[in-house]
Design a protein around this ligand. Structure first.
Ligand code: SER
Length: 318
């Protein structure tokens, strides 16, 4: 059967790269990108695009009717830092957007749905090192508890309606093709831009704030391999823990300094994102993903630093 893939929220950091990867695999015409905003250049130039608002179920219904997707990726969301500024909107979008898509996926018999969760589902009472798949989860950001509730809905739709929905708890994702979307881990992208543009960066997280991170190519590869895995290998229908690397702003700055010796870093006091980072894991146990669908990351901190600097050097207008 030929696939028709509908990507909602395609204009964001993950969506931009995922659409390009899926178009490479399935063909440009088979992958419909959609977003509430105008498409960025990469999307516009590479295949079909529709405007979609996940809070408008009629609009979504018409798009499902028109395209009859076999796979849906729902990426539209408000992330952790912006979510704390707009808590009700973040809840509405992250929750009702998901429920709309799950309902339509059941109605239109969509074969597979992907929805991203996050390390933000953990909270201050979760173990912070090697955070296991199952443990105390008491997220204290709207983003975090909207993702945790979303995981419960995904598992519920799978159990109750047989919907083949799959999910990953992404760590902080680092990439150079599209801008990050207002999260707590965004410093690890801004730092590369500023290192090349100005030679200095003020981190909004403190020197020793360790967080789980991943280079975007690994995240896209994980997503596609989870979606390709045979159904019987998927033992988790809430969301899989996934790990790449963990580092602090100081460790990242050291890596940059090895390549740009004049680079300097300073640290802000009292940024509201610090409290969010303090409630999140420092490292993640992803053994279930390794067992179920053979997950292995390819990028470590060294490879990440090389790749980010090389690509931004070629693309940034300095
Ligand atoms: N990178 C995201 C954020 O910081 C985590 O899911 O909000």
């Amino acid at each position: 059967m030929s696939e028709k893939i509908f990507v909602i929220g395609a204009n964001g950091q993950i969506g931009t790269e995922l659409v390009l990867a899926l178009r490479g695999i399935y063909g440009a015409e088979q992958v419909i990108a959609s977003d509430i905003n105008n498409p960025n250049e990469a999307l516009r130039n590479s295949g079909p695009f529709e405007f979609a608002n996940v809070l408008d179920k009629e609009n979504l219904h018409a798009l499902f009717q028109k395209h009859q997707p076999t796979q849906v990726y729902l990426l539209a969301a408000i992330l952790s830092a912006v979510g704390e500024q707009k808590p009700k909107l973040a809840w509405d979008l992250n929750m009702n957007g998901l429920i709309h898509v799950l309902d339509l996926a059941v109605e239109f018999k969509v074969a597979k749905v992907f929805w991203p969760s996050s390390i933000a589902v953990f909270g201050p009472h979760s173990p912070r090192q090697n955070t296991p798949q199952y443990c105390v989860m008491d997220p204290n950001t709207v983003y975090g508890f909207s993702k945790l509730a979303g995981e419960r809905w995904c598992e519920y739709y799978h159990a109750k309606y047989g919907l083949d929905v799959r999910s990953i708890r992404y760590p902080g994702l680092i990439s150079w093709k599209a801008a990050p979307g207002g999260g707590t881990t965004d410093y690890a992208i801004h730092i590369f831009h500023e290192a090349l543009k100005t030679g200095t960066y003020q981190s909004f997280l403190s020197a020793d704030t360790r967080l789980p991170m991943m280079y975007m190519d690994d995240a896209i590869r994980a997503t596609i391999s989870l979606m390709d895995a045979p159904t019987e290998q998927i033992s988790i229908r809430s969301s899989y823990n996934l790990a790449g690397m963990s580092f602090t702003p100081t460790e990242l700055a050291e890596q940059i300094k090895q390549r740009l010796p004049d680079f300097t870093i300073t640290y802000a006091d009292n940024d509201p994102r610090q409290a969010i980072a303090n409630s999140w894991p420092q490292s993640i146990d992803d053994s279930q993903a390794q067992t179920d669908w053979k997950w292995q990351p390819e990028y470590d901190l060294n490879a990440l630093t090389d790749t980010m600097l090389k690509n931004l050097q070629n693309t940034l207008v300095l």
